[in-house]
Design a protein around this ligand. Structure first.
Ligand SMILES: [Zn+2]
Length: 260
């Protein structure tokens, strides 16, 4: 469980693991609580769609959501992954505007959901909620900046290994429910390219098996195949959490994998 180390922090029942909610003192959490709904994040569910109004803010407790940019020519590419360290729909606090991204659940899990208008109202009333939003915005800017550099500088095999590790960080086992079609959309490459990359990663032992949309990985070998950006993003996330007195969640920044 994650908390600020303060006696005023909220104690959650089992399963409530979202970092941002966990930063909130009880009084601030109580501004949200009446409107928070526990929801399942089903595999491939779309939480927000590009060019549509953001209706809800989701605070994942488990699972992973990819943020996708849809290009005019029909191609897509992932810009970031969000798990229990963040939220989906936060830009709604800037006021009514269409979503810039499509948010797709890539690893099933659970979340707390609140109508965007109710979250906006609580945001206006609570410095602690605004602080949680600032933390989230800082982590997302870091992900976007490093992701842009990675896309420009690093080969696609290393990038695919990075994305797989991002997913692994947000679930508690080595079998990822990802189809090659999903990977091709996330990486912005053809499906045949993904097939060739999977073959290479299988040959090196980084992927143990890939059957029916279930990819079993060897985490340490996959880390060897990935570019520096997986470790760099995790380190930056850890720094942002540390600056805000947030204890890292084990599956986001595992002790055994923490960068010294
Ligand atoms: Zn990279």
């Amino acid at each position: 469980m994650l908390h600020r180390g303060s006696s005023a922090a909220v104690t959650y029942p089992g399963g409530m693991r979202n970092c941002l909610l966990a930063t909130l003192p009880r009084a601030d959490f109580d501004l949200l609580a009446p409107e928070l709904q526990s929801v399942a994040l089903d595999q491939d569910a779309v939480l927000s769609r590009a060019d549509h109004q953001i209706e809800s803010v989701f605070f994942p407790h488990s699972g992973a959501i990819s943020l996708m940019i849809d290009m005019l020519d029909g191609q897509t590419v992932a810009t970031a992954i969000v798990g229990h360290e963040g939220a989906v729909g936060i830009p709604s606090v800037l006021g009514p505007s269409p979503s810039g991204i499509t948010a797709v659940v890539r690893a099933a899990g659970t979340a707390s959901r609140i109508p965007a208008s109710r979250f906006h109202a609580a945001f206006n009333r609570s410095p602690a909620i605004r602080h949680a939003v600032q933390i989230h915005v800082r982590t997302m800017l870091m992900k976007f900046q490093l992701g842009a550099a990675c896309n420009a500088l690093h080969p696609v095999k290393a990038r695919m290994a990075r994305w797989l590790l991002h997913f692994r960080d947000r679930i508690d086992h080595d079998v990822l429910a990802l189809t090659q079609e999903a990977l091709s959309q996330m990486l912005g490459v053809r499906r045949t390219t993904v097939t060739l990359l999977m073959r290479d990663l299988r040959a090196s032992g980084a992927i143990k098996s890939d059957r029916r949309g279930q990819i079993e990985i060897d985490r340490s070998r996959l880390a060897a195949a990935a570019c520096e950006c997986h470790g760099a993003m995790r380190l930056e996330l850890e720094k942002i959490f540390a600056m805000n007195a947030i204890q890292p969640i084990a599956s986001v920044v595992p002790d055994e994998g923490r960068i010294p």
